[in-house]
Design a protein around this ligand. Sequence first.
Ligand SMILES: NC(=O)c1ccc[n+]([C@@H]2O[C@H](COP(=O)([O-])OP(=O)(O)OC[C@H]3O[C@@H](n4cnc5c(N)ncnc54)[C@H](O)[C@@H]3O)[C@@H](O)[C@H]2O)c1
Length: 439
Amino acid sequence: MNKITVIGSGYVGLVAGACLADMGNTVICADSDKYKIKLLNKGNIPIYENGLENKVRQNVQESRLSFTCNSEEAVSKSSIIFIAVGTPSLEDGSADIKHVMRVSQDIGQHMDGYKLIVIKSTVPVGTGRKVKETISRILKERGRHDSFDIVSNPEFLREGSAVYDFMNPDRIVVGVESLRAEALMTQIYDQMDKNIPLIFTSIETAELIKYASNAFLAMKITFINEMARVCEKVGADVSQLALGIGMDKRIGADFLEPGPGYGGSCFPKDTRAIVKLGKEHGVALSLVQQTIDANERQKLWVVDKMTTVLGCLEGKTIGILGITYKAQTDDMREAPALTILEKLAKSGARLRIFDPQGGKEGKWRLQSIADSIEFCASEYDAVSAADALVVLTDWVQFKSMDLAKVYEIMKSPVFFDFRNMFERKYIEQNGFAYVGIGR
Ligand SMILES: NC(=O)c1ccc[n+]([C@@H]2O[C@H](COP(=O)([O-])OP(=O)(O)OC[C@H]3O[C@@H](n4cnc5c(N)ncnc54)[C@H](O)[C@@H]3O)[C@@H](O)[C@H]2O)c1
């Protein structure tokens, strides 16, 4: 079995580390955030991710998984190093690779023998080459001649089902430039289900595959959001439309659920980054740019829908159910709720918010409208005396709300279901006015 270090212990790194340990490897998860490592060393998981806590705990107990914030230890103790640090957006939309470059310097500084360096972070084309140049330069300065390989191995997991996705990907993309790297990567992933296709490409192609995938998925979501708007105008039903087009194998049924716009830590930043990359190379990625613009409009469109139904929002109390960008995560990065709630607050509405996991991060991300919002302990607390309720995230627990009770405690029974979680008939039977998306 291998000795592996994963640098960056966030949503991707911690999941990758725990899963690689679970496959039998000895794994060190490293992070520069001392608080995070302290938590992990005490047995606490800093993020909410289904199934992760058990996997981490079990592998720590069986001495296959450990944590450190010491970069020298992280580099010297393993010959395989995964880089899974963040690559957030810069002001101009491009991806900020400073954390990846910082880690490359650390690797160059502490390298003492062959290393396989696997870039898991989503990085612009050319980053693998920059990492290689940085490490070579530092080794030269140190007068060392250690050999190393760079691999691009983008990650496609989804938050909320990250552990399952890591272990059961549709494919594994590996960009390599040496047979040694190819053999090592084959051996690492050989421990997984043999039916998972392993696709070997150049490093540049692997880097671009990740951006192209996310841009395509963002386009697909945006397409169905726009179809939902057409449906409303012509009296069609978007759920049936999605079923009808999704059964065509060339289209596929996934990512055809309309909502208040996509968000999260990947689609917004990755679509911006690929547009910027195109521009840098003289290629106008107009479809992706239109997707970004349409997604911004979608968030405002749902606010307009509310205004049309409720009239002036000044002084209205609105119960907000869910604020994370999707269910089963506590991640609030670029959640559509951030824009929507800000708009509602600016229109004078008072917002009572409940989210099963997003409250902690939501509180600091919504500081600018702190005077207009209140975080509540349950869905019932949030809708109490409200003029309307809005489902913004499809947490499964909302499905089993006692609607008779909700009707009883609300001031006025208006039900905005911006995830199309509920059947119109069911909500209307319980006495509410129902507003979904595209139906
Ligand atoms: N979150 C997802 O769903 C997802 C899915 C696929 C790919 N990705 C990509 O994976 C990468 C990581 O994403 P994430 O969501 O896990 O980010 P994250 O912010 O949750 O985690 C990144 C971690 O890296 C650490 N870090 C930063 N600089 C460091 C350094 N110099 N040394 C050690 N640690 C350092 C941070 O402290 C943080 O804990 C990004 O490029 C992202 O685009 C994310």
